[in-house]
Design a protein around this ligand. Structure first.
Ligand SMILES: *Cc1c(COP(=O)(O)O)cnc(C)c1O
Length: 405
C-alpha cells in the first residue's frame, strides 16, 4: 500500500508555512521572528507558577470566559464581540474556514461563475504576512494578491477616491470589493508600515465581504483600528499576546467583531482551543498593562535609534510602526548578509520571494542586542567590495521607493 495515495490530492501538493527558525544554539542574538526582548511581567510569571499543580488534569474553561470579560472591558464592548484562539494564527485559519467556500473541484469542467469565484476568494496585499496564501491553499480557496505601492503604502486601487483606476493590459491586479475574505495587516509585516485609520475605515465600509485587520504589531504603532471592528458588521480585528506581550510560547490571540461573525467562528472552533495556562497568563497580563506600556516605549526608542544608525551605515531603512525594521542592505546581496550575520551568531529574516529578496527584516531586540548587530554590520561593511560608493549613498529614511538604489 502506498500511504501517499491515502492523502487528499490537495494536501499532497501543499507547501505549508515556513516559520522563522527557532535555533537550538544558546547565546544567539535572535532578531528573526519579532519576539519581544523583554520577559513577561513578574506578576504574569507568578500567576502561571501558582497555577501549575494537580489542576493540570482538568480541562480549562472552553471559551476563555474570564479572559473575554477582561478583554471586553478593555475594548469597551461585550464578551459576545470576542473570540480567543490558540494564537491569532488559529483565528486567521478559522476565518478562512468560516467565510470562504473552497473552489469547486476542477474535474467538473465548467468554469466557476464570478459570484462563485468571489465566494472562494481570499485577498491580501503583497508583501504581507506569508501565512495568508498558505491558509487559502490549505482550504482549496483562490488567493488574490494585490501589490502595494512602491513605498509599501496602500495601492491606488484601494485608497479612497481612486477606487477605479484606469485599467491597461499591464496594470497590476486590483483590489476586489466582493472577495469573501480580505486580510490587511496593519502595521504591515514585513514592511513595518502602518496604514491610516481613515483609509482602513473607507476600505471596510466599501467591502462587501469580511475584512480582517491583523493588528499583531499595533502596540508599537501610533494608532489602532479597534473602533472599526465595533462599527462595521463585516470587520474583525485580530490581536495577539505573542509579540507585544511576550507570550509567544503560550499561544493566545483574539478577534473582536460583530457578534454574528464571532458566533460563526465559535461554532467551528475546537472545544478547548485555548490552553489553561495561556488563559491565566493573558488575564494576568491585562492586570499589569503599565509594565508592558513601558516596554513598548523602550522598543520604539530602540527602533528609532537603530533606524538612524543603519541609515548612516548606508542601509535603506523603511519607516516602521512595528517592532522590526525592513531594510535594504548595502555592500552584499541580502541573502549573503543573512549568512554573514548568522556566522556571527546574529539571526535576522530573509525572504526568498523575488520581489522582496533584496531586503532583510530585523526584529528590535534589547539595546545591547542591537549594539551587537550594529557592531557586526560595521565590521562586515569594512570587508565589502564597493566601499567607496557607500559613503556617497547614505540614505534618509523617508521617501525612498523600493525601486531606488
Ligand atoms: C506573528 C503574527 C501573527 C501570529 O501571532 P500568534 O498569535 O503568535 O499566532 C499574526 N499575524 C501577523 C502579521 C504576525 O506577524
Amino acid at each position: 500500500m502506498d500511504p501517499e495515495k491515502l492523502i487528499r490530492p490537495l494536501v499532497r501538493s501543499l507547501h505549508g508555512y515556513v516559520p522563522g527558525e527557532q535555533p537550538k544554539v544558546r547565546r544567539l542574538v535572535k532578531l528573526n521572528t519579532n519576539e519581544n526582548p523583554y520577559p513577561p511581567s513578574p506578576m504574569v510569571l507568578q500567576a502561571i507558577q501558582k497555577a501549575v499543580d494537580g489542576r493540570l488534569r482538568l480541562y480549562p474553561n472552553p471559551s476563555a470566559d474570564a479572559l473575554r470579560l477582561k478583554l471586553a472591558k478593555l475594548h469597551g464592548c461585550h464578551p459576545e464581540n470576542i473570540l480567543v484562539g490558540n494564537g491569532s494564527d488559529e483565528l486567521l485559519a478559522m476565518a478562512v474556514r468560516a467565510f470562504v467556500d473552497p473552489l469547486p473541484p476542477t474535474s467538473d469542467g465548467r468554469a466557476a461563475s464570478s459570484a462563485h469565484l468571489n465566494r472562494s476568494t481570499v485577498q491580501a496585499l503583497f508583501p504581507s504576512y506569508s501565512l495568508y496564501p498558505v491558509l487559502a491553499e490549505i482550504h482549496g480557496a483562490r488567493f488574490h494578491s494585490v501589490p502595494l505601492a512602491a513605498n509599501f503604502d496602500l495601492p491606488p486601487s484601494l485608497v479612497s477616491g481612486t477606487l477605479n483606476p484606469k485599467k491597461t493590459k499591464h496594470s497590476p491586479p486590483t483590489w476586489q470589493k466582493d472577495a469573501a475574505l480580505s486580510f490587511i495587516t496593519t502595521p504591515n509585516a514585513p514592511t513595518g508600515r502602518a496604514f491610516r485609520l481613515g483609509d482602513l475605515n473607507a476600505i471596510c465600509e466599501a467591502q462587501r465581504g469580511v475584512v480582517v485587520l491583523d493588528e499583531a504589531y499595533v502596540d508599537f504603532a501610533p494608532e489602532h483600528a479597534m473602533a472599526l471592528a465595533l462599527r462595521h458588521p463585516n470587520t474583525l480585528v485580530a490581536r495577539t499576546f505573542s509579540k507585544a506581550y511576550s507570550l509567544c510560547y503560550l499561544r493566545v490571540g483574539y478577534m473582536v467583531g460583530h457578534p454574528v461573525l464571532i458566533d460563526a467562528l465559535h461554532r467551528i472552533r475546537d472545544s478547548y482551543n485555548v490552553n489553561g495556562l495561556g488563559q491565566i497568563a493573558a488575564e494576568a497580563t491585562l492586570s499589569d498593562l503599565p509594565y508592558y506600556r513601558a516596554n513598548f516605549k523602550k522598543v520604539i526608542a530602540t527602533r528609532q535609534r537603530v533606524t538612524r544608525e543603519l541609515a548612516l551605515l548606508g542601509f535603506e531603512v523603511f519607516p516602521s510602526a512595528a517592532n522590526f525594521l525592513l531594510v535594504r542592505p548595502p555592500g552584499f546581496p541580502a541573502k549573503d548578509w543573512l549568512q554573514k550575520l548568522r556566522n556571527r551568531h546574529i539571526l535576522v529574516r530573509w525572504f526568498s520571494h523575488p520581489e522582496v529578496d533584496s531586503f532583510l527584516r530585523i526584529s528590535i531586540g534589547s539595546d545591547s542586542e542591537m549594539d551587537e548587530l550594529l557592531q557586526a554590520v560595521s565590521s562586515l561593511l569594512r570587508s565589502a567590495p564597493s566601499r567607496k560608493s557607500r559613503g556617497a549613498t547614505v540614505r534618509t529614511v523617508r521617501g525612498k521607493g523600493r525601486n531606488q538604489g
